[in-house]
Design a protein around this ligand. Structure first.
Ligand SMILES: [Zn+2]
Length: 157
């Protein structure tokens, strides 16, 4: 659980190359209380934003993804790299983000990043522990941010 006090604080979670695209969902009221992570899609359905804290960290990390480069939608099912939920091409697909001016990386993810909701129903059905599953998703998010994007996800000391 974390709290975002101001828009400035929210924006500072993103890299400067991502920051200019960030648009809060209409009607967002601050401060925001976030249970696990915050994800939303821009009004055009092109960009997906993610804000989270790495497990054990208080530092906000934000990533802007694009979903305009969809692979073959006819592929029957695929699996989200973060929550491991299966779904069709309308639910799970390639989200990409800039590493730097020259490189982009992509991951197969739930296109709306509603991993948490999917986990919740899957864990309820299986009677498994949602907290552990959520931690694993946050760890995968953190690993992506630090290893693929070179972002600092741990708390400042
Ligand atoms: Zn997912």
């Amino acid at each position: 659980m974390f709290r975002i006090e101001t828009e400035k604080e929210l924006l500072s979670a993103f890299r400067s190359r991502d920051r200019k695209h960030v648009e809060l969902p209409r009607g967002t009221r601050l401060p925001l209380f976030v249970r696990d992570y915050l994800a939303w899609v821009d009004p055009y359905g092109v960009r997906v934003f993610l804000v989270f804290t790495a497990p054990g960290s208080t530092r906000l990390t934000g990533i802007t993804f694009r979903r305009d480069q969809q692979a073959d939608k006819s592929l029957p099912t695929r699996v989200c790299d973060w929550c491991l939920s299966p779904g069709g091409g309308d639910q799970i697909g390639l989200l990409t983000t800039d590493v730097d001016a020259k490189r982009r990386v992509g991951v197969n993810l739930c296109l709306d990043l509603r991993c948490q909701e999917k986990l919740e129903s899957a864990m309820n059905l299986a009677g498994r522990d949602l907290v552990d599953a959520t931690q694993r998703v946050l760890e995968r998010m953190s690993r992506f941010a630090s290893e693929a994007l070179g972002m600092e996800v741990r708390s400042e000391t």
